[in-house]
Design a protein around this ligand. Sequence first.
Ligand code: CP
Ligand code: NVA
Length: 296
Amino acid sequence: MTRHFLDVDDLTPAELGRVVELAGEEEPPAVLGGRGVALLFEKPSLRTRNATEIAVFQLGGHPLTLRAEEVGLAEREPVGDVARVLSRYHAAIAARVFEHHKLQELAASSSVPVINLLSDDAHPCQALADVLTLHHHFGRLAGLELAYVGDFNNVARSLAVAAASTGIKLRVASPAGFGPTPVDLARLDGLGGPPAVTSNPREAVDGADAVYTDVWTSMGQEAEAAQRFRAFEGFTVDEPLMGAAAGHAVFLHCLPAHRGQEVAAEVVDGPASLVWQQAENRLHATRGLLLWLLGA
Ligand code: CP
Ligand code: NVA
């Protein structure tokens, strides 16, 4: 059966642990053996495109990046037909899309693994790098206390699923209307890891081992930026807020970061920040995922 990776819970907890292990392979086998991996992008990217292209190259493959508008995904050609054709050339299809259902449509018609490179709903490759970063730093995952402050968006949703899967204790602080929905909470409850939810950032951060935030306005939400800017007032991760976390606490952000909005410059550029290691880990985590999906 072809395995896909549309969100973190497409891997069992044991499989996720194996991907984290494989991410550490220093001399990975050339599992791609000259085959291609198609990378489709409906939205901009710095980290994801670079990390995925280099991971494919390190596994002996050829990455082929396409803007979705060049392909005419769902316009020039139905999504299912794109998947059927790309499956004939490539060992895997990776895509960054607005609507998550396009990934499901790709997966339904693809005979090779489909990987989510970010959708409006989920960013599971980021979550793999996040758990890898925490694992490197703390030497364990289960029992760590992680605070997420901000919009419960694609990044937060996949992070929450990864936390549930690994035994990380997550606390989420979001303004009213921007937190996990009842559907999110039911799903996380089903995975055995419902987060504690509050609208008070200090309460979420209190004593935490790690503090994570992401942009207030995600790609595709630009028209809501002014309204979001007002709603998130008081949710900036700044030095006083980091002061409420454990003395050894680290700061995480998927990047790109907006200094002075969701994070203060002194925090993202400060000594507790692991964001550059986290960005590098996108490469190692993606390589580990490809190794696992392609049967290492
Ligand atoms: N964190 C992340 O996914 O970055 P890009 O949008 O630059 O790929
Ligand atoms: N939540 C952000 C993440 C970018 C990597 C977005 O979707 O724009």
